[in-house]
Design a protein around this ligand. Structure first.
Ligand SMILES: [Zn+2]
Length: 269
């Protein structure tokens, strides 16, 4: 069985996350790591991040700010079934971490984190917060994290090593290592590689659509990235190192905002 696994995995790997969208997103994806494993590792990693932040008194310190972020996030999450069936069943979690870093992420399975650095340094409006969170949630809906984790794992252990790893872990339908090992592996894989340009383009489009459906102005993505650009002239924020912002991207965002403006007008509150 183990000899056939690499072949089976390659066949399995050439799949794609089904997204229902107005935004023309379709592309074969390299999803070698089974979804339940990506989610299980992400859950352990996220829990570790939460614990670390909590121990350093950096978790959800400003009640008013946390309430604001959660309200925006859950308005977006209310709309996720419009983009992908079943994702409303995910165990969504939203947390705010005190950090100078300008950053945010959403791990597989809907584990969202936003840093106070991003919220405060950009003086982000609600529409702009929705743009960031929508973009990150879109990465998770389209399983870019799982895709990057698959690539990172194959790069680290090779296809055979990967097959053996999966063979040793699939039977129990659970990751048998301790939670800490799973967390370390999850974080290592999740943060190992940046998103590709194509993944970024997809997250931009889907994230803007999610914002529009939640009644947030999708054009806020443009002002947000401009603010990020302005910040980067001083020192390149973490977020920009993985989210290169340039005139092409701004032009694409502007075009897409116009295209989906009717969705926003239909859902505006
Ligand atoms: Zn991104």
């Amino acid at each position: 069985m183990k000899f056939f696994l690499p072949i089976l995995l390659i066949l399995y790997g050439c799949s794609s996350t089904t997204i229902k969208t107005e935004s023309e997103v379709s592309r074969g994806q390299f999803l070698l790591l089974p979804e339940f494993m990506a989610m299980s590792m992400a859950e352990s990693s996220y829990l570790e991040e939460i614990k670390k932040a909590e121990n350093n008194n950096q978790l959800n310190q400003n009640t008013e700010q946390v309430e604001r972020i959660k309200k925006i996030a859950f308005r977006l999450i209310d709309q996720v079934p419009f983009l992908r069936d079943g994702t409303e069943e995910w165990n969504w979690e939203i947390n705010v971490q005190d950090s100078e870093e300008v950053n945010a992420y959403c791990m597989p399975g809907g584990k969202v984190m936003i840093y106070t650095g991003l919220i405060e340094k950009t003086y982000a409006t609600d529409d702009e917060i929705a743009a960031v969170l929508g973009h990150e949630i879109a990465h998770a809906l389209r399983e870019h994290g799982r895709e990057r984790m698959s690539t990172a794992l194959v790069q680290q252990v090779g296809l055979i090593g990967f097959a053996v790893y999966i063979a040793n872990h699939t039977d129990s339908r659970a990751i048998s290592e301790t939670a800490v090992q799973a967390a370390v592996l999850g974080s290592t894989l999740f943060f190992a590689l940046p998103n590709s340009r194509e993944q970024e383009r997809e997250a931009d489009k889907l994230g803007m659509e999610l914002s529009a459906r939640a009644g947030y102005n999708p054009v806020a993505a443009v002002s947000l990235w401009r603010k990020m650009d302005a910040l980067s002239s001083a020192k390149v924020p973490e977020f920009l190192s993985t989210h290169p912002s340039n005139e092409n991207r701004i032009a694409d965002l502007t075009t897409h905002a116009k295209k989906i403006n009717q969705i926003y007008l239909d859902n505006k509150r």
